[in-house]
Design a protein. Structure first.
Length: 249
């Protein structure tokens, strides 16, 4: 298995476990998607993807519809996507993706987290080059031949196709297929999957560190303090870092 497999295995048990945080994040994604391409998912591929993600975390249909309606209101403010880069203690690079309607507030908050945790907020471009920007799709495995699917998608730049097992809310094991490719391949892969009636369960973007650094337990705890403060902030959508994470289930 490749880097994407290990990255997902390490992260899936940790991040976005809180349902309320996931709903907040998706609510912002809906606003940005509607502002960009309108409220009709049939003609707005970005909104279609966000709705799939909402369903994957069991967001109620009524919540989704209300969010789309609010986003369509001219009085609804927009969110701006802003990336922050810096270093946690012990030389760990940190990349923070935010969606904010008040950049002044977000900058002040993110800077304070770095300062309080003995880190340093860097300038644009200071660490982003250490991460590969990827897109991913989780699709139903029903009747899929992984080798054949990978061959079909290789022209779209797909880098990894693998089975991924996780538990549903009732504790039952579900096996789906994960697809990883460069960020810019998202639209072509989404179109291919939809055209071939392959059910997309969720999709998104991730930044996979090119190289990770292993820390002892004490040093790792110092880094986790910063990561937790960042992830608890309502403006923060994703946090990525170069600290090696455990892949033990």
């Amino acid at each position: 298995m490749g880097r994407a497999f290990e990255f997902r295995k390490a992260r899936k048990m940790k991040r976005w476990s809180a349902m309320s945080k996931a709903f907040t994040r998706i609510g912002k994604d809906i606003v940005m998607a509607v502002k960009e391409g309108g409220p009709d998912p049939d003609s707005n591929s970005r909104l279609r993807a966000v709705i799939q993600n909402a369903k994957s975390v069991n967001m109620p249909k009524d919540n989704i519809e209300r969010a789309i309606k609010r986003a369509s209101d001219k009085n609804q403010g927009d969110y701006k996507e802003v990336i922050f880069e810096g270093y946690a203690p012990h030389g760990i690079a940190v990349l923070v993706e935010t969606a904010t309607d008040n950049n002044t507030r977000t900058v002040a908050n993110v800077r304070s987290y770095f300062n309080k945790c003995d880190g340093s907020l860097g300038t644009s471009g200071s660490v982003v080059f250490m991460f590969d920007h990827t897109c991913n799709f989780k699709v139903k495995s029903d009747g899929l031949d992984l080798e054949e699917l990978e061959l079909e998608l290789i022209d779209f730049g797909v880098e990894e196709v693998f089975e991924d097992t996780e538990e549903d809310a009732d504790g039952n094991e579900l096996t789906n297929v994960m697809i990883y490719a460069p960020f810019e391949s998202f639209g072509k892969i989404q179109a291919y999957l939809e055209d071939n009636n392959i059910e997309i369960l969720s999709s998104g973007f991730e930044r996979i560190p090119q190289v990770t650094k292993k820390l002892d337990a004490e040093a790792a705890a110092d880094v986790e303090k910063l990561l937790e403060k960042l992830e608890e902030d309502d403006d923060v959508q994703n946090v990525y870092h170069t600290m090696e994470e455990s892949t033990e289930e």
